[in-house]
Design a protein around this ligand. Structure first.
Ligand SMILES: Nc1ncnc2c1ncn2[C@@H]1O[C@H](COP(=O)(O)OP(=O)(O)O)[C@@H](O)[C@H]1O
Ligand SMILES: [Mg+2]
Length: 271
């Protein structure tokens, strides 16, 4: 299926699409098994409830929230949350990697390219997801191309202010403190992501193992061992282990996971 044919024509820079369009159905496929902290789950649930009560909010003249910023280490579910929300809200997702836009813009065009993206997302209700958000929102005075970035940030601020309430805007960043305060203030919903604790690791490993047979004690032990791993690391390790089990035509065993850990060596778990 051609994604670019599924929505209005995507804006381009130097002949390359500046965004990727995912239909609600694409989002549904990707959004399975999101594990959130209780805190974030509550935020998401409340967000969804509010969007289902638009009229009530209008009646009381209380603006509805529609700008979410997510921050935390890589592989903890920020991108997945964007797909999840798009799926729950039955909206298409427009995914933009801001670092790519900046990199791919001629000097002086970063701002206008950002505007093109917002214009595009303004054509239909959607979730506009700006990934690698820190690429632009970094404090204005710590960048090489200071003026270019200052202009781009100003454009971004305007775009955020003009963003209609029929759509949702989401942004993800690995850094919290480098974000421009003026940008930061524009968001009505903030979510922090962190590496999974033992309970969450165990829960996730259970899900990943799925219908493969594996003894409980091994899962508990592995969950302990994978301290410091992100969800994405754990996913890679368990997939690797499953492959080993399949080629050996064996049930999934502790040693498969152990070997996978040794081979994968996620930064945090290797020492
Ligand atoms: N909280 C989570 N719950 C379930 N799976 C996750 C979670 N975080 C990451 N993953 C797995 O790792 C992959 C990469 O995660 P992603 O959402 O892109 O992380 P981030 O955007 O925070 O860097 C996901 O597609 C999913 O398979
Ligand atoms: Mg991501």
């Amino acid at each position: 299926m051609s994604k670019s044919n599924a929505g209005p024509r995507l804006p381009r820079a130097k002949g390359i699409d500046m965004a990727t369009y995912y239909s609600p159905r694409d989002c549904a496929k990707r959004a399975r098994h999101l594990i959130l902290s209780e805190f974030n789950q509550k935020i998401v649930d409340e967000f969804v409830s509010i969007l289902g009560m638009r009229e009530e909010f209008e009646k009381f003249h209380v603006p509805i929230p529609n700008k979410v910023v997510m921050y935390g280490p890589p592989g903890t579910g920020k991108t997945l949350t964007a797909f999840y929300l798009a799926n729950v809200l039955e909206l298409p997702l427009v995914l933009v990697r801001l670092d790519a836009i900046i990199h791919n813009s001629h000097l002086g065009e970063t701002g206008s390219n950002i505007r093109k993206i917002f214009d595009y997302a303004g054509m239909f209700p959607c979730v506009l997801f700006l990934d690698e958000f820190d690429a632009i929102a970094r404090t204005r005075d710590n960048n090489d191309e200071v003026k270019e970035m200052a202009r781009a940030v100003n454009t971004l601020l305007q775009c955020l202010d003009d963003f209609g309430d029929k759509s949702i805007m989401m942004a993800a960043t690995n850094l919290e403190k480098d974000l421009d305060q003026a940008v930061w203030r524009r968001f009505d919903t903030k979510m922090t992501y962190s590496l999974p604790d033992k309970g969450k690791r165990q829960q996730y490993i259970q899900i990943l193992i799925g219908e493969f047979q594996c003894d409980e004690a091994a899962i508990t032990e592995v969950s302990e061992q994978l301290e410091g791993c992100s969800f994405a690391d754990i996913e890679q390790i368990i997939l690797k282990a499953k492959r080993k089990a399949i080629i050996e035509r064996q049930p999934l065993q502790r040693r498969h996971i152990q070997e996978s850990c040794d081979e994968y060596k996620p930064a945090a778990a290797s020492s």
